[in-house]
Design a protein around this ligand. Structure first.
Ligand code: GAR
Length: 208
């Protein structure tokens, strides 16, 4: 069984989707062993406690730089014997001390179709606002490995939704979460834990 450590910062609906999938027996070969939050008041921590999953808070505000914070996260990941790290609404970009220690072992969910609307500054509702401002007709979410560049690691799964004329950022976010994120994140996590993702030339392929 692989040890899955989930990193969160906010509401934790993606963490909930992972917990529910695990309870349904849909995460084959892995179990969530710890939830680490960058904020002490993240609602995601309540969800973890409710599911009897150990929690750790590593507050971003207590660390003066991204490097310094990433070192604290790395120490905790090593302590937890993490086999897979899932960034589920984790709002801090991790320094290369973490990404180098866990190549192709960190999975992120990004709420747009990478390579569009991604990179530094594109997170949460800002992404959906940018999508609506541009006027694209299709958006979605991307599940990808994390490397040293923001939102640039190998793509594992993507799913799409229609953008509607009268969408608000909140409505679009909800549609993408319900139809894509909450389904594809647990699926990608299970594929990883079943060793069904192969890397070739820096790209990820799901074995069928
Ligand atoms: C999700 O939409 C996730 O894709 C996004 O934040 C939300 C977190 O929701 N992540 C990013 O923007 C990361 N760049 P949650 O806390 O309810 O899972």
């Amino acid at each position: 069984m692989k040890n899955i450590v989930v990193l969160v910062s906010g509401g934790g609906t993606n963490l909930q989707a992972l917990i529910d999938a695990e309870n349904r027996g849909e995460i084959k070969g892995g179990r969530i062993t710890c939830v680490i939050s960058s904020k002490a008041d993240a609602y995601a921590l309540e969800r973890a406690r409710e599911a009897d999953i150990p929690t750790v808070v590593v507050p971003r505000k207590d660390h003066y730089s991204s490097k310094n914070y990433s070192e604290a996260i790395l120490a905790e990941l090593q302590k937890q014997n993490a086999d897979l790290i899932v960034l589920a609404g984790f709002m801090t970009i991790l320094d290369e001390c973490v990404t180098r220690a866990y190549p192709y072992k960190i999975i992120n969910v990004h709420p747009a179709l990478i390579p569009s609307f991604c990179g530094e500054g594109f997170y949460g509702l800002r992404v959906h606002k940018a999508v609506l401002d541009y006027g694209v007709k299709v958006s979605g979410a991307t599940i990808h490995f994390v490397n040293e560049k923001a939102d640039a690691g190998a793509i594992i799964l993507q799913g799409t939704v229609e953008v509607k004329n009268d969408d608000t950022p909140e409505a679009l976010q909800r549609r993408i979460m319900e139809n894509v994120e909450w389904k594809l994140l647990p699926k990608a996590v299970s594929l990883f834990c079943e060793d069904r993702i192969t890397i070739r030339d820096g790209k990820a392929y799901v074995d069928v």
